[in-house]
Design a protein around this ligand. Structure first.
Ligand code: ADP
Ligand code: NA
Length: 346
């Protein structure tokens, strides 16, 4: 079997919440556990992507260390996986520029992520008046940078959220355009077409408003559990989770989203099937369910939290991990970039 090169990334948004963990980061750890010895695993903290939205420099600086420390705390081993800051490897930006120059504008305009940005920037009541202060070119070319993240390592597998599927399609298109346009002396295809890996996504909902997902942007901090929350914070947040007044517990995401969300969390924390978990609570009350969810979340998070507290302020250690990660990442991207430049005539 040929070697897999697996790449995934996350923005430096600070301490991740339970949704980020169950929906994204825990899959990295599972991938690392199940990977074959010759698989290459690359996990990137994508600081350049974060710049498409306004960032406060000192907040961003500490958010980068928070994210790095959390990823280490949950079990990503820097000796096994290549863990690095995207912006520590300039090859991403170099390839991004080159890909920009072969990307048809129409393809970018068709990205749903761009279309939703555009829709949000339209002045109220007007179809064609756009508030340009809400838009920057980086928001349009965001998926091209993502394509560069993948292609610079000639990645074959990209496990990311469902919302990123279209970006992986674009990545394949750009790889194909490059391969056909720049065949080089060897008349070979430089880039493999990467495969979108559908990860078993557990969508975790807001504890306070189960009609929306758990998100870092909600002003209600009780709506999310952070990976560093203490046992008593976890308990308080779960206890104040919005449920309903129906007797007994059933898994019914449409009409009972609050209780179903708690079941989803409990099942994910205990690695069980949600319908099996629901069966156990059929005749039980919300208070008992909440108690058990809080215990399960605490059980899941206490190890990572202790590790985080140990390493978060070991700045020299974190910098060292990041530096070594970037150096290993560049060893993988260097040969590709040399070949890219040659094929372009640079
Ligand atoms: P947020 O929605 O809090 O801004 P991000 O957009 O930064 O989170 O998402 C980072 C990663 O976490 C993505 O892979 C995303 O799919 C995943 N994710 C975010 N929120 C949730 C959630 N509530 N449930 C499951 N996965 C989530
Ligand atoms: Na988001």
């Amino acid at each position: 079997p040929s070697k897999r090169v697996i790449l995934s990334g996350i923005q430096p948004t600070g301490i991740p919440h339970l949704g980020n963990y169950l929906g994204a980061l825990s899959n990295w750890v599972k991938l690392q556990k199940s990977a074959k010895p010759n698989d290459v695993l690359l996990f990137s903290i994508v600081g350049w992507h974060a710049l498409t939205l306004p960032q406060d420099p000192s907040t961003l600086r500490s958010a980068r260390d928070d994210m790095l420390a959390v990823i280490l705390s949950i079990g990503i081993e820097p000796t096994r996986s290549i863990l690095f800051h995207q912006d520590h490897n300039p090859h991403h930006a170099e390839l991004c520029w080159i890909l920009n120059c072969i990307t048809p504008m129409g393809k970018l305009r068709r990205m749903t992520t761009w279309k939703s940005r555009l829709a949000a920037s339209r002045n109220a009541g007007s179809e064609d008046e756009i508030d340009e202060s809400l838009l920057n070119a980086g928001l349009l070319t965001y998926p091209v940078l993502q394509a560069a993240d993948v292609l610079v390592y000639r990645a074959t597998h990209v496990p990311v959220g469902e919302d990123q599927r279209q970006h992986i399609e674009l990545t394949r298109d750009l790889a194909d355009i490059f391969n056909r346009t720049f065949k080089g002396d060897k008349k070979s295809r430089l880039f493999p077409l990467p495969i979108y890996v559908d990860t078993p996504s557990k969508r975790v909902l807001s504890l306070r408003d189960p009609s929306s997902k758990m998100s870092k942007s909600s002003p209600d901090t009780a709506s999310r559990i952070l990976l560093t929350d203490t046992a008593s914070q976890i308990k308080a947040k779960i206890r104040s989770a919005v449920t309903d007044s129906t007797q007994g517990i059933t898994y019914d995401p449409v009409s009972r989203p609050g209780a179903s969300n708690l079941l989803t969390i409990l099942a994910a924390c205990t690695d069980s099937d949600v319908t099996a978990v629901a069966k156990l609570y059929e005749t039980k009350g919300h208070a008992e369910l909440k108690n058990d969810v809080a215990d399960a979340v605490e059980e899941l998070l206490k190890g990572p939290r202790a590790e985080f507290e140990k390493i978060r302020h070991e700045k020299a250690f974190l910098d060292d991990v990041a530096r070594q990660g970037a150096s290993r990442a560049m060893q993988h991207s260097e040969a590709t970039m040399r070949e890219v430049r040659t094929r372009l005539g640079l």
